[in-house]
Design a binder for this molecule. Structure first.
Ligand code: SAM
Length: 203
């Protein structure tokens, strides 16, 4: 078995990207998930104590579903990063805003080394897929300004993308988060958001 994110996260169109990001079994179900889950996430983020024009890192932004709404509804400036070059390319097209900067890990690392810090990092349905989630968690921690917040949603099971499909390697993301952050709030997604067992951590 080999870690291979390209099979799942290499997409050609925005429609394909949407299907991967929220994984609806049918088009109707996808539309419903898209509107309910996005609404739930943005409503939760709006209640956080953030500056008027926050600088947000959308970690694993996919096609920019949340970046777009955070810019439009929270007056945010957003840096979106993703391991998939095709997702990043589509995010530019989907968000299409001069307050959105899609980029990769290496550029992010460089701008952090040069002192940029974020008011909020959002990682929704991402860490469950990360090969070495502790590396992502430490990177996210290093991006936050003092008293910055981290909003994280994950499946309770791991979904490591490999050449034989998604694999649960039993790496416990919740435990890694608890070891590295002070939890503010931990909840299961409400039943009205039909996305399975999403564990939400605000840290
Ligand atoms: C299920 S999608 C979620 C996208 C977006 N967060 C959303 O909720 O609309 C997961 C995304 O995480 C990206 N990803 C997976 N592992 C990653 C990692 N270690 N660092 C950054 N992005 C990653 C994938 O390429 C994919 O675009």
């Amino acid at each position: 078995m080999k870690y291979d994110p390209s099979f799942f996260f290499n997409v050609q169109t925005i429609e394909q990207g949407k299907m991967i990001v929220l994984n609806g079994p049918t088009e109707e179900e996808l539309k419903l998930r898209w509107s309910l889950e996005t609404f739930h996430t943005i409503s939760t983020l709006k209640k956080l104590s953030l500056p008027e024009n926050p600088l947000i890192l959308d970690y694993g932004c996919g096609i920019g579903r949340l970046s777009k709404e955070m810019i439009e509804q929270m007056n945010a400036t957003v840096v979106g990063i993703d391991i998939s070059p095709s997702m990043l390319q589509l995010s530019f097209e989907y968000v299409m805003h001069d307050k959105f900067i899609p980029t990769g890990h290496r550029a992010l690392q460089k701008i952090i080394e040069n002192g940029l810090k974020f008011d909020l990092v959002v990682a929704v349905w991402v860490l469950q897929h990360a090969r070495n989630p502790i590396d992502d968690i430490l990177l996210i921690k290093s991006c936050l300004r003092e008293n910055g917040l981290f909003y994280c949603v994950n499946c309770t099971e791991r979904g490591l993308p490999t050449d034989i499909g998604f694999v649960d390697d039993k790496n416990n993301i919740e435990k890694l988060l608890d070891l590295n952050f002070e939890p503010m709030n931990k909840t299961i997604l409400p039943k009205t958001v039909p996305m399975g067992d999403g564990l939400t951590n605000i840290l």
